[in-house]
Design a protein around this ligand. Structure first.
Ligand SMILES: O=P(O)(O)OC[C@H]1O[C@@H](O)[C@H](O)[C@@H](O)[C@@H]1O
Length: 254
């Protein structure tokens, strides 16, 4: 793709820069599998549940959306609830303890192709920001050694602080563009989650790129991705060495 047309890239984190979508996915699966088994009378939790209801959304919205899909009603509770409490927030915090256990015992490396793209954008002078629903984004960026690359990080904590609705609303991406001082039309949104792609498509962004880490190319396109890649290194294209102006106005591919 031609980065000359854009001034900024707005990256989702989990599943786009780092393989932490898998860590989230496993933690959600352990928590919901145990919760449903204790409750009884429910089909087991599956990866399809994750992609359809949880992926990319703020923590407690993911819990609430999944429970609603199963017709289960629980009190919302409060973010300060202990992981033992049978509330939406308690279940979210139960999963968060599992996520942090894996993050801190196993660590995390960024995707190599994503680091190559970040290097390329730095060379091209394209600004970058992270836009993540996660309240753990700062920790993940530090653990992956990426924190120094971003001055603008709009995560779940920033969204709460500024009252920004989470993905699939476009507001967190729009806010990041504003923080960079770049019009949204000159920003590229890069997302692996259907909720995140929908957030990009709902805003006035220059381009929405879907990164297929399991959601599926077709589903990402249906959610609004204009381009789908399997790895961010695919977005590094050597500049055309021929300046169309030098061809006398007749020879450019257009
Ligand atoms: O619970 P956290 O760390 O605030 O994360 C919320 C969500 O953050 C998103 O980035 C992940 O795709 C989701 O899987 C996760 O549930």
């Amino acid at each position: 793709m031609q980065w000359d047309d854009y001034d900024a890239a707005l990256f989702d984190l989990d599943g786009v820069l780092t393989p932490t979508a898998e860590v989230h996915m496993r933690a959600w699966s352990r928590m919901f599998t145990d919760f449903l088994a204790d409750r009884g009378g429910q089909e087991p939790y599956t990866d399809e549940d994750y992609f359809a209801h949880v992926d990319g959304k703020p923590r407690y919205e993911g819990v609430a959306t999944f429970l609603a899909s199963r017709g289960i009603e629980l009190p919302h509770g409060d973010p300060s609830d202990s992981p033992d409490e049978l509330t939406v927030c308690g279940l979210g915090n139960r999963k968060n303890a599992l996520f942090n256990e894996v993050l801190h015992t196993e660590g995390i490396e960024p995707y190599a192709g994503s680091v190559l793209l970040l290097d390329h954008l730095a060379e091209c002078g394209v600004q970058v920001a992270v836009v993540s629903s996660s309240r753990n984004a700062g920790d993940v960026l530090r653990t992956a050694g990426l924190a120094d690359r971003f001055t603008v990080v709009v995560d779940g904590l920033v969204a709460t602080e500024h009252g920004l609705p989470g993905k699939p609303a476009p507001d967190t991406f729009t806010y990041a563009a504003g923080q960079l001082g770049v019009p949204t039309s000159l920003c590229v949104v890069l997302e692996d989650a259907l909720s995140g792609v929908r957030a990009g498509a709902a805003g006035d962004f220059g381009l929405v790129v879907g990164v297929d880490r399991g959601a599926g190319s077709r589903a990402l396109r249906e959610a609004g991705a204009e381009l789908v890649v399997a790895d961010l290194a695919e977005l590094i294209v050597a500049s055309d060495p021929v300046d169309p102006d030098e061809l006398g106005g007749e020879g450019g591919a257009g």
